[in-house]
Each structure stands twice: as C-alpha cells, then as structure tokens.
Design a protein around this ligand. Structure first.
Ligand code: ATP
Ligand code: MG
Length: 274
C-alpha cells in the first residue's frame, strides 16, 4: 500500500536532514505504529505520506514514496488526500462546520459525490466512531475525544485507503484516549483499514499494532512485531522510549531470573505468575 524508498528530506531552514534514508513498506490492512524521540522526524515522515512534502512544504527531497504504486512526486496532494486520510494532534484545528453532519459532508461534497451516497457514508462513518446521536450537534460542544472521533469520521467519509494519525490522543484525557484507540481497533479489525499511527504511549501500541517502527535521527533503527520491539528494553530506554509498564517490570524480573518471558499486556503478565 505504501512503499518508501531511500527517502531523504531536509527543510530549507534546517542544516541537517530530518529524514535520513528511510526504507519502509506498509501492507494493505496493516496497523503500523511509529515511535521515537521528539524531533526524530515522525511528523515529517507523516507529511510525506500524502504528498504535502514535497508538494506543499518544499525542501531538499530525494528518494520516493509510492502510495498504491503511484509516486507522490507524480500527482497533486488532492489526489493523495483521497487515498490517505490525515488526523493531527489537535482536533479543534480540524473542525470548522456548524454541525457534525456538515463536517462529515464537506469532503465528499467537494468530490461531487451524489447526495444519497454522501448520506450513506455519513451514517457509516458515524456508526464506526459510535456517534450516531451527535449528527446535529455543534462540534464545538463536544468533548476532546468526541471531537477527535468526528475528525476521524470526517476523514472516513472520503473513503481513504490509509489513515495516518499523528499523536491523535496527546491532547485528550484518559477517557478520550480510550475512545479513540477503540475506534482505531475497530477500523483495523472490522474495516481492514491500513493504519499508520504515531504515538508516545506504548501500551495501546503493544495491544493494537501489527508492527512497530522505531525512528531515531531520521532513520528507522528497529522494527518488528510489538514483541520483537518491546523486548529490547535497554535500547528503547536509551532512546528515551518508555516501554509498557508491564514489559519493563517483567523485563527486570526476567533479568533477575524470576520469570521466563517479557509480557506485553497485563493479561500476559498475569499468566507469567500462575
Ligand atoms: N516546517 C518545518 N520547518 C523547518 N523545520 C521543521 C519543520 N517541521 C519540523 N522541523 C524540524 O524537523 C525536525 C523533526 O521534526 P518532526 O516534527 O518531524 O519530529 P517528531 O519526531 O514529530 O517530534 P515530536 O515527537 O516532538 O512530535 C525537528 O528538528 C524540527 O524542528
Ligand atoms: Mg511530531
């Protein structure tokens, strides 16, 4: 679905490359999470996935990003924004309409999708984010988690093939975080959506992802299943990445010879002690 080949990027205003030779393939239906220290280039990488870099934000760009076989150099951002939905940190900045319904209709209306189909898409998107009862609500009246779910639903009405989410829960309270992660899980499991998630909290990543990609200084330094990655506790701590608490605890116990495995989830941890 996404193929990134030897990707280098430098913002004009910066001295050093922010992306320093990224190679990464993401399969259709895969849930890939990206982690790494602040400033390592995660958000910049996201912006290359719908062509904003290099089309709108220019700089020194080399290598290629292919979305469904088409290079982002070849077509306009509007072409890729149909395929790749992008959700950012701050839900406020992504909502502008007077009602939830208008918000969700905006994208497909711009693509001249017939009214009946827009209706269907809106109902489908609202059911996925579990907000059917907020259709006529003013988005400004919603909670942070609800706003972010509406931003996701608005993106879904464009029928994207990939959703890229850059720290979508960092401004949400614990309930809001949980609501958004549940939506991502359903989108992955039930709708087979391809998901790229940048996220600092590693617990949900361990639970939801098929694959975790660790970046440092514009490079991919480690990747694999959540187990493969989160077992490398010392490497991750060196990078300032906090593994799930249960993984750290069981890592220490394993080092001490008390348990034989590192757990990824509380449930796995519990089983180690039975
Ligand atoms: N629009 C821009 N113009 C110039 N430099 C930028 C721009 N955006 C980001 N940078 C710089 O590029 C580097 C990587 O930034 P980026 O936002 O991609 O990192 P990140 O991994 O997303 O960090 P964080 O975890 O803090 O969100 C940083 O040094 C940053 O200052
Ligand atoms: Mg960022």
């Amino acid at each position: 679905m996404i193929e990134i080949k030897d990707l280098h990027f430098k913002y004009h205003s910066q001295k050093e490359e922010v992306l320093n030779g990224i190679n990464l393939n993401i399969k259709k239906g895969e849930f890939v999470s990206i982690i790494g220290p602040s400033g390592c280039g995660k958000s910049t990488l996201c912006l290359t996935l719908n062509g904003i870099i290099p089309k709108t934000i220019t700089g020194e760009f080399s290598g290629d990003v292919f979305i469904d076989g088409i290079s982002t150099r070849e077509k306009e951002v509007s072409e890729f924004s149909k395929k790749v939905g992008m959700i950012l940190q701050n839900p406020e900045s992504q909502l502008f309409a007077m009602t939830v319904e208008e918000e969700l209709a905006f994208g497909p209306e711009n693509l001249a999708v017939p009214r009946d189909e827009i209706e269907e898409r809106i109902s489908w998107a609202l059911s996925i984010v579990n907000m059917e009862n907020k259709r006529d609500e003013f988005p400004g009246n919603l909670s942070g988690g609800q706003k972010q779910r509406i931003a996701i639903a608005a993106s879904l009405t464009m029928m994207p093939e990939v959703l890229v989410l850059d720290e979508p829960t960092s401004q949400l309270d614990p309930v809001g975080k949980r609501e958004v992660f549940r939506v991502l899980r359903d989108l992955h499991k039930n709708e087979k959506m391809t998901i790229v998630l940048v996220e600092h909290k590693t617990e949900p990543i361990a639970e939801l992802s098929d694959r975790v990609v660790v970046m440092d200084k514009g490079k991919v330094v480690l990747e694999g299943t959540p187990r493969h990655v989160f077992e490398k506790v010392p490497i991750l701590r060196e990078l300032g990445i906090m593994v799930p608490d249960i993984s750290y605890l069981t890592y220490l116990l394993k080092e001490g010879g008390y348990v034989k495995d590192i757990a990824l989830t509380i449930e796995e941890g519990r089983r180690l002690f039975i």
